[in-house]
Design a protein around this ligand. Structure first.
Ligand SMILES: [Zn+2]
Length: 330
């Protein structure tokens, strides 16, 4: 599963509970669109390659003193396609080794970034005696962009409408090298970067409090025995609603341990204190088991990533709860 970049997770939580500044809102939209572009690309890959495991997504590698973030690798035959997805809007021209938007030259050269990533990945393969060649691919995922590349470049440049045909052409290739690539890259993989944005925890009281409905985003969920029910009709297992909200707090305040006193403010007036305590003890780990005051370990990410390993069980829990509710209401 492709994860939202940490900065997007952070802005996502803040947006639901606070009025974003103009710059924050623009970054939020840009990151959101970029993420959707990547998810669409992933869906196309899945469609053309059926059940074949062919790609590695969203990896951050450290090699010697360099760190590189890679959107997607497609491993076909002896070629590893390193794909950089760009969700640009507008009219972009690449000429004389420079990108232009209108008459304005851009300072960051996305080909240079891509070439750097290709060089690093190729070095990793060479060091490990893996005989695969890395090819850079720049994929533009926004249908509403016009991209012109006037220089001759070594990289493959794909416009949105060209992506399906490109994937179809590759889809009969041999995909067996993926396993080996994945094994080797594991030794170089590091955790993805966290956002550098912060919200002052002293202003916690200014945030909209409560359990927010995942569907309508309002704080109008009512507590039942097993579920939290929203006025919009959405029902969620209570266990999940509590954990999800704790994770929202954790995402926003990723630099802090999770403490009950602060969660109390975050959950607001309808908090079931006993239930919160139960959920924290059941699912979260104390930072220091001898001193409960130190708080719980904070992974700083949203619920679906925090409890990633249990997602299947959780889906079952959600199903079972709706079954119970149906049964008792009749
Ligand atoms: Zn709702």
């Amino acid at each position: 599963m492709r994860k939202k970049p940490h900065e997007l997770q952070w802005l996502d939580v803040l947006d639901q509970r606070y009025l974003l500044a103009k710059e924050e809102f623009e970054s939020f939209q840009k990151l959101q669109r970029g993420y959707e572009g990547e998810v669409q690309f992933d869906a196309l890959v899945e469609y053309f390659f059926k059940e074949k495991q062919v790609s590695l997504d969203d990896i951050t590698l450290r090699y010697k003193n360099s760190v590189v973030q890679i959107d997607k690798l497609l491993i076909i035959g002896h070629t590893v396609y390193l794909i950089d997805m760009k969700h640009y809007r507008g009219h972009y021209v690449f000429k004389n080794n420079t990108w232009y938007v209108g008459d304005k030259a851009l300072t960051n050269n996305i080909f240079e970034q891509l070439r750097r990533a290709v060089r690093i990945l190729q070095s990793i393969f060479n060091d490990n005696q893996i005989h695969l060649s890395v090819k850079g691919v720049l994929a533009f995922t926004n249908l509403h962009s016009v991209i012109e590349v006037k220089d001759e470049v070594d990289e493959e440049v794909l416009m949105t409408e060209e992506i399906p045909a490109w994937l179809l052409r590759l889809s009969n290739g041999d995909t067996t090298a993926r396993h080996k690539v994945s094994q080797v890259l594991r030794h170089y993989t590091i955790a993805p970067y966290l956002t550098t944005r912060t919200f002052d925890i002293k202003n916690l009281g200014q945030l909209k409090s409560g359990i927010l409905c995942p569907h309508c985003h309002q704080a109008q969920m009512q507590e039942h025995r097993f579920t939290m029910n929203c006025k919009c009709g959405y029902k969620e297992a209570k266990d999940i609603a509590y954990r999800r909200t704790i994770c929202e707090f954790g995402t926003l305040f990723y630099n802090y341990n999770i403490k009950r006193a602060q969660l109390r403010i975050f959950f607001g007036k309808n908090l079931n204190e006993r239930y919160l305590k139960f959920i924290l003890q059941k699912y979260f780990m104390l930072k220091d088991s001898h001193h409960a005051k130190a708080g719980y370990i904070n992974k700083g990410v949203l619920f679906e990533y925090w409890f990633e390993k249990e997602m299947n069980t959780l889906e079952q829990l959600q199903k079972r709860t709706s079954w119970k509710e149906t049964k008792t209401s009749h």
